[in-house]
Design a protein around this ligand. Structure first.
Ligand SMILES: [Zn+2]
Ligand SMILES: [Zn+2]
Length: 209
């Protein structure tokens, strides 16, 4: 994503709040409810809020001495892929916003690093970076279709959740195969290729009649 956080907020932008009605009077507040469609995906290859995903915002903007405090919730549906079985995964994210946007020149602005606290710019607040940060925090690092998802068989790739119980492959670990060979060379172990030859005396009673 490009550095959209750098640009000044555009009045009327989907994630831009106009704070003029608060009049910089500490204590004045306004409810802000809106559903916005994301302009760009937020997330990663495994799971994300896709571009166009509606995000419901239920916010309160409150003027405080240092700026405007935004609190409230955001809800959006993330879609992704189970890291174990690659089935689609969906998850509704509940975001909890608490962000102070400082007035330029306020003590908070003067005493913090440039990018530490967002600013009220031209009486506008841009929630985009706040939202991005929250979503990234909230998205699971390892999305799973189910906590107990058994994943795919590493040998044949079948989904173990639907494979017959006890699904496995008769495969001898090469290291064990080498050991078996050595043991066989030593003498008395039975070799699979020549089952009848090893104990002729136990096979022969019928021939003695
Ligand atoms: Zn899964
Ligand atoms: Zn298999």
């Amino acid at each position: 994503m490009s550095s959209t956080a750098e640009h000044t907020p555009q009045r009327g932008g989907p994630l831009v709040l106009d704070t003029r009605t608060l009049g910089r009077r500490p204590g004045s507040m306004r409810e802000e409810r809106r559903t916005v469609a994301l302009e760009a995906q937020i997330g990663n290859d495994m799971i994300a809020l896709a571009a166009g995903t509606p995000v419901e915002l239920d916010l309160m903007a409150e003027a405080v001495i240092e700026g405007v405090l935004i609190t409230g919730t955001g809800t959006g549906h993330a879609e992704g892929t189970c890291v174990r079985c690659l089935k689609p995964v969906g998850e509704t994210l509940e975001l909890h916003l608490t962000e102070l946007f400082a007035y330029p020149g306020s003590v908070t602005d003067e005493t913090t690093e440039d990018d530490e606290i967002p600013l009220v710019e031209d009486e506008l607040i841009d929630l985009e970076q706040t939202l991005i940060d929250l979503v990234v925090l909230e998205l699971p690092l390892q999305p799973l279709c189910d906590e107990d998802c058994p994943g795919l068989c590493p040998q044949c790739g079948i989904d173990l959740a639907i494979a017959p119980e006890g699904h496995s492959h008769e495969m001898i670990d090469p290291r064990w195969a080498a050991l078996a060979e050595m043991a066989g060379a030593g003498g008395d172990s039975v070799r699979a290729e020549e089952p009848a030859a090893d104990h002729p005396e136990t096979d022969s009673p019928t021939e003695e009649r």
